[in-house]
Design a protein around this ligand. Structure first.
Ligand SMILES: NC(=O)C1=CN([C@@H]2O[C@H](COP(=O)(O)OP(=O)(O)OC[C@H]3O[C@@H](n4cnc5c(N)ncnc54)[C@H](O)[C@@H]3O)[C@@H](O)[C@H]2O)C=CC1
Ligand SMILES: O=C(CO)COP(=O)(O)O
Length: 336
């Protein structure tokens, strides 16, 4: 008799817990790793995650631990759901514990500050595994909606299509429909840059601007994401799919998005410090706007919306001035 597929999920935040629930609903035996004993105990005792997904009933084949070795034991998939900027340090501690042939799965949508590396590159480097054993899950997957088991499509990307298919089978449920993609670079860029564009749209919303502005930012945001992707060898079609347009639309439309909400608060006139103080969860774009701008510079790509977000978030440029500067750049053809 074959044993059920086992998955370890590192990170008991909103997406780690919700994706753990998806895997468990798809029949996997799931162990969540978290830092805090009270939270692990609460998950095991109440079958809920009261801190990150209150009111959501978690399946019986999902449990939590604070012991990283216990989570790693015989895991077919090792899912990583911590903030992008702490991944390198976290994974260095977990790497010696990982099951020998485990597939590492990144749920993270960020670019590392300083190195400008994508999360799968950090995983390969720190865990010393080949690209064929690293996968990425991305797409329009707001954790709260997935946790409510509302229908959504997603992308599982790996350079090895067979590995992507194994992960696809492990997380396919009646409400969660994953598609495979071998364009890992494009999928990761789509996820990381949409957070930056989500900040820009949030800022515009907070300033009281309307849907023409939103439509323009989404479309030109996708154009600059695609330019960067092309320079980095991604397939441009990825950006019109779930990892690109799909995620951008979800993030830029939803009050559930932390990046969108963060931007809205800035656009309403809150300072960066005040906005950080009221933000309880990871808003990746706040740090990744700088690493995306860095990546763009390294590849000689122009990303004016990303640069504008960096100016507003990190250099204190007033949104009104930033918007005026963005609009008055030299005129260009739409496709170039
Ligand atoms: N929440 C969502 O709707 C989605 C989130 N994502 C991505 O998933 C990743 C994780 O996001 P969420 O789970 O939403 O964030 P979250 O803020 O809800 O949870 C983050 C988790 O990481 C832990 N953590 C924080 N600092 C840590 C450290 N130094 N060492 C170890 N653990 C630490 C926290 O305790 C928490 O369990 C992000 O990259 C995000 O962009 C992707 C798709 C959907
Ligand atoms: O990535 C997400 C949805 O796909 C979640 O977006 P936020 O991180 O902005 O909440």
């Amino acid at each position: 008799m074959t044993r059920p597929v086992k998955a370890a999920v590192y990170g008991t935040g909103s997406w780690g817990t919700a994706f753990g629930m998806v895997l468990a609903d798809a029949g996997c035996e799931v162990t969540l790793w978290g830092r805090r004993q009270e939270l692990a105990d609460a998950v095991n005792r109440t079958r809920t995650n009261p801190d990150y997904l209150p009111g959501v009933e978690l399946p019986a084949n999902l449990r939590a631990t604070t012991d990283p070795a216990e989570a790693a034991h015989e895991a077919d998939f090792t899912v990583l759901a911590v903030p992008s900027q702490t991944l390198r340090g976290n994974l260095a501690a977990w790497a010696p514990l990982l099951a020998p042939d485990t597939v590492l799965v990144s749920l993270m949508k960020g670019i590392e500050l300083g190195t400008a590396k994508r999360m799968s590159e950090v995983v390969e480097e720190v865990a010393k595994v080949p690209a064929e054993r690293v996968a990425v899950v991305t797409g329009p997957n707001l954790a709260r909606e997935i946790a409510a088991r509302q229908p959504a499509a997603s992308v599982v990307a790996c350079v090895d299509e067979a590995v992507a298919q194994r992960l696809q089978a492990a997380c396919h449920t009646p409400y969660f429909r994953p598609y495979t993609n071998t364009d890992v670079v494009g999928c990761e860029l789509g996820g990381a840059v949409k957070n930056v564009i989500g900040l820009a749209v949030g800022i515009a919303d907070g300033m009281g601007l309307g849907d023409n502005t939103k439509g323009s930012l989404i479309t030109r945001g996708l154009a600059e994401t695609t330019r960067l992707g092309l320079a980095m060898g991604a397939d441009p079609l990825t950006f019109s799919g779930l990892a690109g347009l799909g995620d951008l639309v979800a993030t830029c439309s939803s009050p559930l998005s932390r990046n969108h909400t963060f931007g809205t608060n800035l656009g309403r006139g809150m300072s960066l410090e005040e906005t950080i103080a009221v933000t309880r969860q990871t808003a990746e774009g706040v740090k990744s706007c700088e690493s995306v701008a860095d990546l763009a510079r390294r590849h000689g790509v122009d990303m004016p919306i990303t640069d504008t977000v960096v100016d507003i978030v990190h250099h204190g440029k007033p949104p009104l001035v930033a918007l005026k500067d963005l609009m008055s750049r030299s005129a260009k053809p739409e496709r170039r």
